[in-house]
Every structure is written in structure tokens, then in C-alpha cells.
Design a protein. Structure first.
Length: 122
């Protein structure tokens, strides 16, 4: 039986979330989705994820808040930030909180796949 890597995609844009899920399901990932930070934390609390694709700007709880909570939980999944906020200071703060990479939207799906593979291999 083949073991699939477990991925959580978190974004409040439903179309983008569906595209991410379909892209990585096609690559044999086991993909869950969350529409905001609170939804994501509920899933993270009950499931071990190998990698999380995380938007920064979301209702109820933003991506920075999710990163802080993940750190407080004492878990260390690979987190890649996907955001339209392309600011160096924000990227630096995300890395300090445990993010492995930071990708600006819009992004190329093939580039994202390569980043995911590289992060998982590190």
C-alpha cells in the first residue's frame, strides 16, 4: 500500500483552494483544506500534516496567528506561505515563526510543486 504525504491547504479564496487541492491530489498527496486560520487549527490539532500551504490574509485568524499557534503546540510541520503580501519584513517574521518558504501570489503551479518537493526533501 502506497503511503501518501498529508497536506493541508489553507486559503479563504475558494477557487484557489480548489486548484491547490486538485494539483496536489494529482501528485498523490492526501489533501485537506481549510478556509481560515481557526478551521486550519482545528484540523492541525487532530491530524499530523507533513506540509501546510498557508495564506496570510484570512478572516477570523490570519496566517501569522496560525504559525504562532503551531509553534505553541510544539509541532513542526513544513509550512509554505502563499500570499499576495510580498514584504520582506513579513517574510522574515514568517521564517522566524517556522515557515520554510514564502511564495508570492500569483504563483506558477510548477514552481510551487518544486518548492514543495524541495521543502519536503530538506
Amino acid at each position: 500500500m502506497k503511503t501518501h504525504l498529508k497536506m493541508l491547504c489553507v486559503d479563504d479564496n475558494a477557487e484557489l483552494l480548489e486548484n491547490l487541492a486538485q494539483q496536489f491530489i494529482a501528485e498523490d498527496f492526501d489533501v485537506d483544506t481549510a478556509v481560515d486560520g481557526l478551521d486550519a487549527l482545528a484540523k492541525i490539532a487532530s491530524t499530523r500534516y507533513d506540509i501546510i500551504l498557508l495564506d496570510l490574509t484570512m478572516p477570523r485568524l490570519d496566517g501569522m496567528g496560525v504559525l504562532r499557534e503551531i509553534k505553541a503546540m510544539g509541532i513542526n510541520p513544513h509550512v509554505i506561505i502563499l500570499t499576495a503580501l510580498a514584504e520582506v519584513s513579513t517574510a522574515q517574521e514568517c521564517v522566524k515563526l517556522g515557515a520554510r518558504d514564502y511564495i508570492s501570489k500569483p504563483y506558477d503551479p510548477e514552481d510551487l510543486l518544486h518548492v514543495v518537493i524541495n521543502v519536503l526533501g530538506s
